[in-house]
Write a protein that binds this ligand. Structure first.
Ligand SMILES: [Mg+2]
Length: 191
């Protein structure tokens, strides 16, 4: 990691939002439990979320129901920021270029709502991209990104396999990515 910042050269750093800059599941899981953990369905804790499909199977819902519930009942504009906010702001103040990419296309006003949330939490960044169904790497050119933070292994693989990432990937440690290992990928655990 230290080599990335050698000679104090600015690099391009890319952050994911949900479960990286924003504590999505801390807010969402109690709401899901309240709605869906009924009729003998157990309440889930964060360590139970080892995969998206596993999560859906336990509650007996499909992907559309999941996204509809998130868009109507989980107030993304009120999510708590994580420790990564301070890290990102520090990197911004050090002169690095900061981009933020989030899928979130299932929310009608995703761009404006997310920009307002970033303003409210005091985020310092240059660009925001709502990726939707696009691969996150599609917003950047080959070799353009020096450091990326994400909690989903498929996104990390995309940044690497596309050639967009020229430096280091950080996977933010979560129950759904614990099995993931890849050369050049650091695992970050905040405590
Ligand atoms: Mg995420």
């Amino acid at each position: 990691m230290t080599d990335l910042f050698k000679n104090n050269n600015p690099i391009h750093i890319v952050y994911d939002i949900d479960d990286v800059l924003a504590d999505f599941w801390d807010t969402a899981l109690p709401l899901f439990n309240k709605r869906f953990a009924i009729g003998g369905i157990p309440k889930l804790v964060i360590d139970d979320i080892t995969g998206y499909n596993t999560f859906l199977d336990v509650y007996g819902i499909n992907s559309d129901q999941f996204l509809e519930f998130v868009s109507t009942d989980v107030h993304l504009g009120k999510l708590k920021p994580t420790e990564y906010l301070q890290k990102m702001n520090y990197q911004y103040r050090c002169g690095h270029k900061i981009s933020i990419v989030t899928s979130r296309d299932y929310i009608p006003d995703a761009d404006s709502m997310t920009r307002l949330w970033l303003y409210d939490i005091g985020a310092m960044y240059h660009d925001l991209h709502i990726s939707g169904k696009k691969k996150k790497s599609e917003f950047f050119s080959v070799g353009d990104v020096g450091l990326v933070y994400d909690d989903h292994s498929n996104n990390i693989d995309d940044y690497i396999d596309s050639g967009v990432l020229s430096g280091m990937a950080v996977i933010v440690d979560k129950p759904w990515n614990r099995e993931y290992k890849r050369d050049g990928v650091l695992r970050y655990i905040y405590c």
